[in-house]
Design a protein around this ligand. Structure first.
Ligand SMILES: NC(=O)CC[C@H](N)C(=O)O
Length: 303
């Protein structure tokens, strides 16, 4: 496995020259695009890492999975899905388009920004900071890494350029789906700024692969919820590339505009990938290719 990962990193590395870092968040635009890393943790606790695996990056949209887990654990499935749907959109992650179609009345799913903001607003906590602290506590427990934290500068950098997300939040308020625009925006953008390594993500992926039980044997997310999270990862995890990704890779995965991709192969392994140069839909170009090759090599497709 170790040798294969090193070969795959080498084979996919040239793709880091294709695509660009996310430009609408200034601090992400400054990241070196020519990085590629992978970490895998298997069900029998073997850790494999290759490439620039010491790199730190922020979860961005990957945080949406765990915010959803927490909101559903806090409020129950019925209450959450009263305000957000379960269907893929086929639109970009920050699109406002489907929200304008009157008959939907709520964001189509929790993996697009509008849906994620509704979900975050439903996490228990009096303030944005309290909600994010609870999410951090979940992620620290999941990974066994107490150092996982939020990067204030990345939060500030996105907050200063959050016009589109603020517009979406106003729309949500108009629909009666959230109460406080600024508090919701703050909590959502703070959760996006949580910093991790590929190894942290692989451990989170492994917890999902083990139906919510950490690699240290602690049950953290109920089985039914962890199945739901993986299903959303398949149908909506790679934005409007989810269909193609399901066919070519076939692993539940969630990407973020930092270039991270978290993947969970049920009962087998958790995977964390990082490659900050993105395609036009916001997915890591080299990272997606790396997962495609890995899936072929080890027959990882769940289909
Ligand atoms: N796709 C993403 O990773 C988007 C996350 C980013 N923080 C945003 O809200 O725009």
């Amino acid at each position: 496995m170790q040798q294969t990962l090193e070969q795959l990193i080498e084979a996919c590395y040239s793709l880091t020259g294709e695509g660009n870092c996310a430009e609408y968040i200034p601090l992400l635009a400054e990241v070196n695009p020519k990085q590629l890393a992978i970490a895998i943790i298997t069900h029998d606790h073997q850790v494999y890492q290759a490439g620039d695996y010491q790199a730190l990056f922020t979860l961005q949209s990957i945080s949406k999975i765990f915010a959803l887990a927490l909101a559903v654990m806090d409020q129950g499935e019925a209450k959450v899905f009263d305000r957000v749907g379960m269907e893929p959109t086929g639109d970009p992650f920050n699109s406002i388009y489907k929200m304008e179609i009157f008959s939907y009345e709520k964001p189509l799913n929790p993996m697009i920004n509008a849906g994620a903001m509704v979900v975050t607003s439903m996490i228990k906590g009096r303030t944005a900071q309290e909600k994010v602290e609870r999410l951090l506590a979940l992620l620290r427990e999941m990974t066994g890494n107490p150092k996982i934290d939020m990067v204030e500068e990345v939060y500030q950098s996105e907050m200063e350029h959050a016009n589109r997300n603020r517009a979406l939040a106003y729309y949500l308020k108009e629909l009666g789906l959230i109460e406080d625009v600024e508090a919701t925006l703050e909590a959502y953008i703070r959760q996006c700024a949580i910093q991790v390594t590929c190894e942290d993500m692989a451990r989170m992926g492994l917890c999902l692969a083990r139906y919510g039980v950490t690699d240290r044997g602690t049950p953290l997310i109920p089985t039914a919820i962890s199945k739901m999270l993986k299903t959303f990862m398949v149908t909506c995890g790679m934005y409007n590339s989810s269909g193609e990704f399901a066919i070519k890779v076939g692993i539940p995965a969630k990407s973020g505009v930092s270039g991270g991709i978290l993947a969970a192969v049920p009962n087998r392994m958790g995977i964390g990938v990082f490659g900050p140069a993105l395609d036009r839909k916001g997915n890591s170009v080299a990272g997606v290719k790396l997962l495609e090759e890995l899936s072929k090599r080890f027959d990882l497709s769940i289909f």
